[in-house]
Design a protein around this ligand. Structure first.
Ligand SMILES: NC(=O)N[C@H]1NC(=O)NC1=O
Length: 182
């Protein structure tokens, strides 16, 4: 007999008390459990897509400083936290999936230099959905996005945060092939 699925059903989510909800969904936005805490009140959710939409609505109504705070809660790609083994398990899996644990020394150096340039220009780290971009696309994205305005990068970074969030939710909740929404 197949082992019981660890994925939550919509019914289970809708019956969760606040603490269990945070235990399960507290890191769907990296280090920002406030985003899950804010949407618990909107149960019942029809499915995982609705839960994601409520989180996105919460993120979208934050003032710019709040959005920047969310971006700042993300670790650099292949940065110091990765080197020191301090990533969350989600971020660690995502960075590995993108091939960032197998960078050449040159690629690692280029990424670190561009990450630093990006952070000093915008005041927050470069954020991209690593599971949707392999290492070449990440390096290219960083090179291109360095030319953008601060406002554009705040929006772009938050769009990537919402993609990361959706994929993290799909890892936690039973669903029916709806990844294509990204
Ligand atoms: N800086 C950055 O993009 N970090 C992240 N991206 C991702 O997919 N997971 C992360 O932690």
């Amino acid at each position: 007999m197949a082992p019981p699925s660890k994925l939550k059903t919509t019914a289970q989510i809708n019956n969760m008390g606040y603490e269990e909800f945070i235990d399960v969904f507290g890191n769907v936005i990296e280090h920002c459990s406030l985003c899950a805490a804010a949407v618990w009140r909107y149960r019942p959710f029809k499915d995982v897509k609705y839960l994601h939409e409520e989180i996105c609505k919460f993120v979208d109504q934050l003032p710019p400083a709040g959005g920047e705070g969310i971006l700042r809660s993300h670790p650099d790609l292949a940065g110091r936290a990765a080197k020191e083994g301090l990533l969350t398990k989600e971020s660690s899996q995502e960075q590995r999936a993108a091939g960032l644990s197998d960078l050449t020394q040159e690629e690692r150096k280029e990424l670190a230099q561009m990450n630093d340039m990006y952070r000093s220009k915008f005041g927050f780290p470069f954020v991209i959905c690593a599971r949707k971009n392999k290492k070449d696309a990440i390096l290219e994205g960083l090179r291109t996005r360095l030319n953008n305005s601060q406002e554009a990068e705040l929006q772009k970074g938050l769009t990537e945060v919402k993609k990361i969030c959706y994929l993290r939710l799909l890892d936690l909740v039973e669903h029916d092939g709806i990844e294509s929404r990204l």
